[in-house]
Design a protein around this ligand. Structure first.
Ligand code: GTP
Ligand code: MG
Length: 273
C-alpha cells in the first residue's frame, strides 16, 4: 500500500460569485477528484456559511513555476508522488451574505501575513445561462465590480518597497453544458459593459455629491479613466489586476471540448502556483 507524502498546502483560493452559480458544486467536485473517492455528484443547496476544502492539483496540470512539464518530464513522476495541494474557500453568494462573508473573506485573506492563509487568486463563478436576464446580469456585475474595486485599492495601497503579492481573478464561465449558455467571449463583453454602466452611474453620483463633500478614498472609481469604456484589459494596464474569463462546466459532459469540464480552471490555478 502506497501513501503519497504530500507537502502541506500553502496556496489559497477564494470562490466568489452570485447564488446558484455553482461554487459549492465546483468545490465538491474538486474534493471528490482529490480524494479518489467515487466521483458521484452530491446535491448542493444554497450555502449560508463559508467552507474550506483542501484539494489536489492533477499532476498533469502545469504550474507557473514548472510551465513545460511534459509526459516524459521526470518532474511529472515527482508530481504524481508528491501532488500539489491547495485550498479553496467556498462562500455563500446570496446578496445579503456578501458583505459579511464573501467580501469579508476577501479582505481578511488578502491582508493575511501568514503564508498559510495568504490569497493567491479569486475564482468568480458565473452562471452563463442566467446572464441573459437583466437583473441577474446587474447583480453579477455589481458583485464583480465590488471585488475588483477592492483589489484595485489593495494594488494601489501596496507600497513599492514592500510589494504585495498579486491576486489574479478568474471569471469561471460555468454551465457551458447548457445550450442556453453564453460563450465566454460574450460573458466577458456583457460583464464589461455592465460594469462600465455601474461605474458611470457611480461617477455621476459622485459629481452630483461633490458640490458639498470631499471625495473620500472609498469612493474611488474602478479602472481610473472615466472617459474610456471599462474593460478587463484596461484594468490590467492601469491597475495591474489581471482578469481572465474561461468557460467550463461543473456538471454535464464536456469531455470532448474541455477534456474535463473544469480542466481549464485547474490550469489557471496551476499558473498561479
Ligand atoms: P450559493 O451557495 O447559493 O451561493 O450557490 P452556489 O454558487 O454554491 O451554487 P451551487 O453549487 O449550489 O449550484 C447551484 C445549482 O447549479 C445546483 O443545482 C448545481 O447542480 C447546478 N450546477 C452547478 N454547476 C453546473 C453546471 O456546470 N451545469 C449545470 N447544468 N448545472 C450546474
Ligand atoms: Mg454554495
Amino acid at each position: 500500500f502506497f501513501q503519497a507524502v504530500a507537502s502541506p498546502p500553502s496556496s489559497n483560493f477564494l470562490l466568489l460569485g452570485p447564488s446558484g452559480a455553482g461554487k459549492t458544486a465546483f468545490a465538491t467536485l474538486l474534493e471528490a477528484k482529490s480524494s479518489l473517492a467515487s466521483n458521484k455528484s452530491h446535491d448542493t443547496h444554497t450555502s449560508q456559511q463559508s467552507t474550506l476544502v483542501t484539494v489536489t492539483l492533477p499532476p498533469t496540470v502545469p504550474t507557473g513555476s514548472n510551465r513545460y512539464r511534459s509526459v516524459n518530464d521526470p518532474s511529472l513522476k515527482e508530481a504524481v508522488r508528491n501532488p500539489i495541494k491547495y485550498r479553496v474557500r467556498d462562500t455563500p453568494g446570496h446578496g445579503k451574505l456578501r458583505a459579511s462573508q464573501g467580501i469579508a473573506e476577501l479582505q481578511a485573506m488578502s491582508q493575511s501575513k501568514d503564508i498559510k492563509t495568504r490569497l493567491r487568486g479569486v475564482v468568480f463563478m458565473v452562471d452563463t445561462a442566467a446572464l441573459v436576464d437583466e437583473a441577474t446580469l446587474r447583480d453579477t456585475a455589481t458583485y464583480l465590480h465590488d471585488v475588483l474595486l477592492f483589489l484595485q485599492k489593495r494594488a494601489k495601497n501596496g507600497s513599492s518597497s514592500k510589494r504585495t503579492t498579486d491576486i489574479s481573478v478568474l471569471v469561471a464561465a460555468n454551465k457551458q453544458d447548457l445550450f442556453t449558455a453564453l460563450p465566454p467571449g460574450a460573458v466577458r463583453e456583457k460583464l464589461e459593459a455592465e460594469i462600465d454602466r455601474i461605474r458611470k452611474s457611480k461617477t455621476k453620483g459622485l459629481l452630483d455629491a461633490s458640490a458639498d463633500t470631499e471625495l473620500e478614498d472609498e469612493e474611488e472609481i474602478l479602472g481610473n479613466d472615466e472617459q474610456e469604456a471599462f474593460s478587463f484589459k484596461l484594468l490590467e494596464h492601469e491597475v495591474g489586476v489581471k482578469v481572465d474569463v474561461v468557460g467550463g462546466a461543473v456538471k454535464g459532459d464536456l469531455q470532448e471540448e474541455f477534456g474535463s469540464g473544469v480542466r481549464r480552471w485547474e490550469e489557471w490555478v496551476g499558473m498561479c502556483l
